[in-house]
Design a protein around this ligand. Structure first.
Ligand code: CA
Length: 236
């Protein structure tokens, strides 16, 4: 696994480089935004750790340039700015996680590992916005609050989170969640989605379960849901 560390403070860059290398990663470092952008064009990094305060351009600008080139590497933003606005802006612009300085290296390492597991066939922990699902411990949390789900609700949510941003038909959901002996109506999906919404979305301003008219349902954060563009998506 190869990681690009974009950080102008040499002390921090060295600290991260040493720590990550001793944890088994290959690490390249860039001390400014322009170099970082060039490096992401030249190599395909498994992860990019990006400081926001860079000498030549704002880290968010670097993020925009990286994402404009369709680089899909996960990006972990690192910044002294802890303001909610910065965090939201970074995540909206395509960052995958955000860590505020000062941080403990073990915390960074945990985030790095979590990001690298994403996109793997069977990550044990799924995350969409502030909703997380632990496949092994069978736990669901939203905004750090535990949510109790019935087994079928859990299975539907897991399937939707594994297919984040992809509209799923009722038939697809039934086929993935009920076993082959089930020959009932796909309308049962609507019933379960209603239960899921009442547990996961109703109390929160940001809705994650979207109705895709004529198709079925989709789980995503609103930003990415909107980028699905032509689909008639509603929070319904
Ligand atoms: Ca800096």
């Amino acid at each position: 696994m190869r990681i690009l560390v974009v950080e102008d403070e040499k002390r921090i860059a060295d600290f991260l480089g040493r720590g990550l290398e001793s944890s088994g990663f290959a690490v390249d470092t860039a001390a400014d935004g322009a170099t970082a952008v060039e490096m992401t064009h030249a190599a395909d990094y498994d992860l990019i750790i990006l400081d926001l305060g860079l000498p030549d351009m704002d880290g968010l600008k670097v993020l925009e340039k990286i994402r404009n080139r369709k680089t899909t590497s996960p990006v972990l933003i690192l910044s002294a700015r802890g303001a909610v606005d910065d965090r939201v802006q970074g995540l909206e612009q395509g960052a995958d996680d955000y860590l505020v300085k000062p941080f403990a290296f073990v915390e960074l390492l945990a985030r790095v590992r979590a990001l690298l597991r994403r996109g793997q066939p069977s990550p044990e922990r799924l995350q969409t916005g502030d909703l997380s699902l632990d496949c092994i411990r069978r736990r669901v949390m939203r905004n750090n609050e535990p949510i109790e789900l019935a087994p079928k609700e859990f299975a539907i949510l897991e399937y939707m989170m594994r297919n984040r941003g992809r509209p799923l038909s009722r038939t697809m959901i039934v086929e993935h969640v009920w076993d082959m002996d089930y020959d009932g109506l796909t309308n049962i999906v609507d019933v379960y989605i209603r239960h899921l919404r009442s547990k996961i979305d109703d109390r929160f301003p940001v809705k994650l379960i979207h109705t895709v008219r004529g198709i079925g349902y989709m789980l995503d954060t609103p930003e990415q849901g909107a980028s699905a563009g032509t689909l008639p998506v509603s929070g319904g």
